[in-house]
Every structure is written in structure tokens, then in C-alpha cells.
Design a protein around this ligand. Structure first.
Ligand code: PGA
Length: 260
């Protein structure tokens, strides 16, 4: 695992977007796993900018989002499909048929989850998986107790996640369930790229990166991944014990030269 500490959220999001852009340039048919949430908004702004100013080409990119709320149709502004259209898809030249999210309105959730898993596989698997982390330790909506080998399935959101995401639903009750790809599914991606920002994430970032691997903190499973990069801002890095070592690696390793 590589841990990169950037001085602020802007720089952390820019570096994340730059790594994605480089992956798209290297493989124009990239299968890109996408995430939602406040953290990713700036990343998508940068990707839209790279498309507009530097002709970053999404025409052959295929995307798979991590999750979707059960019961929310695409046209609901609180659905993740809507979020993706708003923040990324309508700003770049991606083909609508190449963008995939689980269907939270499917009448048979089990077959929908199976369909989604199979679609990821038949597309060649995810090359680069973008990830946020929730205060519950989730990646996707893999809440505490999610098996480290779990697959795409419908899950119940934890109280911590409901508290975290209720702001997007105002006075109305938010969905209590979601479809999420599994921890096992995520670990099969060829590369993982996690971004965490702000002091509300400091505790969970330290547990996930420096704590034991545990199904109580799904993000800790990334320690098992052979090619995982985690980018954090100073606030999210606040509780990490080995910060100076991570900084030294970033300063020293030639692979990072273009990103320093
Ligand atoms: P956030 O959510 O970006 O809104 O903090 C991240 C997550 O819950 O995975």
C-alpha cells in the first residue's frame, strides 16, 4: 500500500484525478470503478476540466459504480445515478451505454446483484477502482460485518452511515438499504485508489490503514490488495502514526516524480 499525504483537499483531489487521467491515457478502454459522496465531487470537477482543456478522452472508457440506494430511480436527484450524471457523465464524452450502476429499483435484488457481478466480469474486470471511505469504515456500502470475501449484494446501512448521509435527504427519511459491490469484488480490481479528506475521516483512516484487518472496518481489507494507493489530506492524516515514513516514501520513490 502507498499512502500519500497532500497538504490540502484540493491537492489531494487533483492528484487523484491526475492518476485516473493517466490510467485513461495509458489504456483508453479502461474499466474504471467509480465512487460517489462529497469527497469525489472535486475529483470529477478536475476530470471534467482535463476533458475540456487537455482532451482527456472518455469515449472508450467503461465505468462501474460501487453502489446505489435501494428504491431510488435514476431520475431521483438523491440517487447515485443522478449524482454521476451531474458531477461527471454529462461533462465528458463518455457513452451512456458504457456507464453502469446497480439498479436500486429492481424487483428482484438478488438477480440484479448477480447481473452486476457478471457484467463486471464480462467487461474484463475493473482496472482501476476509485474509493472513498465512510465514517463506519465502509468502502462501497460494505458496512461493519461485511465479509472480506463478500460479493455484490443488498445491505442494510449502519446508523453511522445514515447519520453521515442524512444531509442529502433533508427532512425525509433516507433509504435504509443499498446495493453494493462486495469487499471481495473490490479486491479483485487490478488497482485501488482511495481518497479521504477532512478531520471527520482521521480516526477511520488510521484504523483502516494502520489497524488490524477486520470485517468491522471494510477499508482495512485494502491492506490485502497488491496495488493500492491511498491519498489523504493533512486533516485526514492527523491520526496516522507513521506519517513521516509515508512522506519519505513519496519523496524518494521515482514512480511518484510526476505527482510531487
Ligand atoms: P463522503 O462519503 O465522500 O460523502 O464523505 C464517503 C463514503 O461514505 O464512502
Amino acid at each position: 500500500m502507498e499512502i500519500i499525504i497532500q497538504e490540502n483537499a484540493e491537492r489531494a483531489a487533483r492528484m487523484t484525478a491526475k492518476l485516473i487521467a493517466d490510467a485513461v491515457r495509458e489504456k483508453p478502454t479502461l474499466v474504471l470503478g467509480l465512487a460517489t459522496g462529497g469527497t469525489m465531487e472535486k475529483v470529477y470537477e478536475f476530470l471534467a476540466e482535463f476533458h475540456a482543456k487537455d482532451s482527456l478522452d472518455f469515449s472508450r472508457v467503461v465505468t462501474f459504480n460501487l453502489d446505489e440506494y435501494v428504491g431510488l430511480p435514476a431520475e431521483d436527484p438523491r440517487s447515485y445515478r443522478y449524482y454521476m450524471e451531474e458531477h461527471l457523465f454529462r461533462h465528458v464524452n463518455i457513452k451512456p451505454e458504457n456507464t453502469h450502476l446497480p439498479d436500486g429499483t429492481a424487483s428482484d435484488l438478488k438477480s440484479e446483484c448477480q447481473r452486476y457481478e457478471e457484467l463486471i466480469k464480462s467487461s474484463g474486470g475493473v482496472d482501476l477502482q476509485l474509493l472513498g471511505v465512510g465514517r463506519s469504515g465502509h468502502i462501497g456500502f460494505n458496512e461493519p460485518l461485511s465479509a472480506l470475501r463478500s460479493r455484490t449484494r443488498a445491505t442494510t446501512l449502519s446508523p453511522v452511515t445514515i447519520e453521515q448521509n442524512q444531509i442529502y435527504f433533508g427532512e425525509s427519511a433516507m433509504p435504509s438499504r443499498a446495493i453494493t459491490v462486495g469487499v471481495g469484488t473490490i479486491l479483485e480490481s487490478r488497482r485501488c485508489l482511495m481518497l479521504a479528506l477532512g478531520k471527520q475521516k482521521a480516526a477511520v483512516v488510521a484504523k483502516a490503514l494502520e489497524g488490524p484487518i477486520s470485517s468491522m472496518i471494510s477499508a482495512s481489507a485494502l491492506q490485502l490488495h497488491p496495488h493500492c494507493t491511498v491519498i489523504v489530506d493533512e486533516e485526514a492524516a492527523a491520526d496516522l502514526k507513521e506519517k513521516e515514513y509515508y512522506r519519505l516514501i513519496f519523496k524518494t520513490e521515482p514512480d511518484w516524480e510526476a505527482y510531487r
